[in-house]
Design a protein around this ligand. Structure first.
Ligand SMILES: Cc1cc2nc3c(=O)[nH]c(=O)nc-3n(C[C@H](O)[C@H](O)[C@H](O)COP(=O)(O)OP(=O)(O)OC[C@H]3O[C@@H](n4cnc5c(N)ncnc54)[C@H](O)[C@@H]3O)c2cc1C
Length: 523
């Protein structure tokens, strides 16, 4: 008999199946010998009280008294049936980020041939380029933390959760990651992550699948224009003036491809300003966050580095933590040499001594009246201007303007900063003088509230590092809600984070799947 139960167990009761079986038998009163096997279905940390435990959901295979009715534990069925599409109808996919790659895999499943056009480089070369950025402290415009194979997701924390399950089946995305090398645990962890060291080989394996079944990759290939006839897409033009034709184009260029937004604007194609959020990245020692979240100096060392998720509403404006990376590091993630943008990433083991997170403030069009002349591009222009301002404040470099949290709250420049993980160096700066008042005021109220929720959050060791500006897209490319095509151009499918309809790895991947499915239905 199969039985599903939920219960709390201590970290040490989860180290192997034998101990787990004993614990479950004891807690449920089922005779140990009758518990044939235990399959972990879900796992999350329950840090509400001491001792900190795991809340788990398990599927038990229990022997019935007469030894009848035994059901095997269901095997993870993740085999996808891809077809040889080498001679099939072509669909252009612009961008090899999560949206473009998952759209391509779905197109292959549906018997269509994806032609992936990617402005950046394959992941191995991209790795070298990011190392070069750290060394030279200069952004390489077409190969960086946002552009290149795997998109912005490749060198990330690889957090795989989404707030929106209505977009599609998250399990399909997780299964594909597992098929290509991710750990099976990502299906049981409530807050699964892959880690940047594991993501690179996974992205390469996805390329192997796509190419093996007849899909094509074209790196160093930037789309600079579209071919359109009678409001129908007919193909694209690349930076080398090459014309590639197809009646179906998936536009999965991410939120950092501003040139695409400007191109739409020049063509008078519809775009909409979309409220988004910007702020700073905060970093604490990981040990301090562990002690706060696990309520003790003597927390179990079997627990993973602690995370947090914080939000507050001040006078109708949201301020919240974003993309929290326990045991991670802060990286430069601008796409142009004169911008300063930071973000966070981590390796699978999350074993750096730092805990960083975006601390961002929601921003809408009414906040940026000075930019109203730019119409629907107002928020984008504001984001761009603030990134330039940060770069200038860092003496025209990508060393990041930074301030101790305690000094920021007192409007006082820091004479020295606490140790931090930012890879390109930090410059003590009064962030109050760079960020607009509505942002600093909201951030300050947010920090005070977060201190009430996590005692010790405001401390000497915490640094603020600017600028966290690419949390989501400040633009939406409007699409038809039924066909998912751009509302003016038939056959053009805005997709993923850059379309403004998704945000994060999983939701962008799910959006890619949905778009590919729509295309196959049309055909
Ligand atoms: C450092 C960092 C850490 C992150 N951590 C996480 C995390 O832990 N979890 C999470 O869910 N999200 C995270 N994110 C965000 C996540 O990576 C994105 O939400 C996601 O990658 C969006 O997917 P996408 O495919 O829509 O766009 P992108 O990943 O941005 O991919 C777009 C691709 O299109 C290409 N492109 C752009 N313009 C053109 C053009 N004109 N022609 C050809 N190609 C073009 C780009 O080079 C890029 O490869 C992180 C982002 C960064 C930068």
């Amino acid at each position: 008999m199969i039985k599903e139960i939920e219960l709390n167990v201590l970290p040490e009761q989860l180290v192997n199946e034998d101990i787990l079986k004993r614990t479950i038998a004891k807690k449920t009163g089922i005779t140990l010998d009758y518990v044939l096997s235990v399959e972990l279905k879900r796992k999350s940390i329950d840090a509400r009280k001491q001792p900190v435990s795991y809340r788990i959901k398990v599927e038990l295979n229990i022997k019935t008294k007469d030894n009848q009715n035994l059901e095997p534990i269901k095997e993870l069925s993740s085999e996808r049936r891809y077809k040889d599409v080498s001679k099939a109808k072509k669909v252009i996919v612009i961008g090899a980020g999560p949206a473009g790659l998952f759209a391509s895999l779905k197109l292959i499943e549906k018997g269509l041939k994806p032609i992936i056009l990617e402005r950046g480089k394959p992941v191995s070369q991209r790795k070298k380029d990011t190392a070069q950025i750290i060394k030279s402290k200069e952004i390489i415009p077409e190969s960086n933390w946002c552009f290149g194979e795997g998109g912005a997701g490749t060198f990330s924390d690889g957090k795989l959760y989404t707030r929106s399950n209505k977009r599609g089946d998250i399990n399909e995305v997780l299964d594909i990651f597992i098929e290509h090398g991710a750990d099976k645990d990502i299906k049981t962890e409530a807050h699964a992550h892959i880690g940047t060291d594991r993501l690179s080989p996974i992205i390469k394996n996805i390329r192997k699948t796509i190419e093996q079944f007849g899909g094509e990759y074209h790196f160093d290939t930037k789309v600079v224009d579209f071919i359109v006839k009678d409001n129908k897409i007919k193909g694209v033009i690349t930076q080398n003036d090459e014309k590639i034709e197809s009646d179906y184009v998936v536009l999965a260029t991410g939120h950092s491809a501003r040139d695409i937004y400007y191109l739409f604007n020049r063509k008078n194609w519809l775009l909409e300003a979309k409220p988004f959020a910007m702020g700073v990245r905060i970093e604490h020692p990981q040990e301090l966050i562990n002690q706060i979240q696990y309520h003790s100096h003597n927390y179990s060392k079997l627990l993973p580095p602690a995370t947090y998720s914080l939000a507050y509403n001040y006078k109708g404006r949201g301020v919240f933590s974003f993309c929290m990376c326990p045991g991670g590091m802060i990286v430069p993630s601008a796409t142009n040499p004169d911008e300063l943008v930071v973000n966070g990433m981590s390796n699978t083991l999350r074993n750096s001594p730092f805990a960083n997170s975006g601390m961002i403030v929601s921003i809408n069009k009414e906040d940026v009246k000075d930019y109203s002349e730019y119409g629907e591009l107002a928020l984008l222009k504001f984001q761009e201007a603030l990134e330039h301002k940060m770069f200038k404040a860092a003496q025209n470099s990508i060393a990041a303007p930074s301030q101790r949290l305690t000094d920021f709250l007192k409007n006082k420049p820091s004479s020295a900063l606490s140790p931090n993980s930012y890879l390109c160096g930090t410059i003590p700066t009064d962030l109050n003088k760079i960020l607009p008042k509505f942002m600093t005021e909201t951030l300050k109220e947010g920090f005070k509230n977060f201190e009430r929720k996590m005692k010790g959050f405001i401390c000497q060791e915490a640094n603020l590092i600017g600028l966290e500006s690419r949390s989501s897209s400040p633009i939406r490319i409007p699409r038809d809600k039924d066909t998912l095509e751009h509302i003016q151009i038939a056959g053009l499918y805005p997709c993923g984070e850059g379309s403004g309809y998704a945000g994060g790895i999983t939701s962008s991947a799910m959006d890619g799947i949905n778009v590919a499915q729509k295309i196959s239905q049309t055909l």
